[in-house]
Design a protein around this ligand. Sequence first.
Ligand SMILES: *Cc1c(COP(=O)(O)O)cnc(C)c1O
Length: 222
Amino acid sequence: MTSSISERITTIRASLPPSVRLIAVSKQVPAEVIRSAYAAGIRDFGENRIQEAASKQTELHDLSDITWHFIGHLQSNKAKKAIELFQWIHSVDNLKLAQRLNQLAQELGVHLQVCLQVKILPDPNKSGWSVSELLADLPALNQCKNLQIQGLMTIPPLGLNDAENLSVFNSTYHLAKEIESQNWPHIKMQQLSMGMSGDYQLAVQAGATMVRLGTILFGERT
Ligand SMILES: *Cc1c(COP(=O)(O)O)cnc(C)c1O
């Protein structure tokens, strides 16, 4: 790419509705490049590896108003570390993990914002609830009172065309509405974390409130 990071950020930010939160996915991106994105106005960064995030956060500790978003598959044994490093976890993908995070959030006395990762279509390469599993787990999730459950996150399976991706995003939107209509006291459905570099415009069209963009901001990962 010939344009600078700050030019790309400015262009993409301007193309998004102001209400959509731009999460810059900085996995495999060095700390000094994160610093450039910060200088261009980004305050939300997404990472998918605990260890990598920990070392970059140490290097960037002077940038104290960054919000860190965990977007990868989280193993239970790393849940505590994740809570210490991240304010948001977009990728809570099963009830056991939710319950573990809930307990840790209570013990550590922190507010943790989470999204529930849902698979609208079957996808052996991804974790997450199927729609029916998620609906069945809502009563137990509603008991996780130390989690701030804010909405849903989804990633369409690889290889779909635009119409199929849009349909996944629309289904996610409607699922959130359905859950919202059930009025669980401890489950909010105000956030939809969906859309990556290749499909974020479709996600926004379907009601995404947070897009997770890596390649289009930082270039191809090696
Ligand atoms: C890597 C990643 C992204 C960013 O993907 P790009 O295609 O580089 O924009 C978004 N969400 C998740 C969960 C990711 O792992």
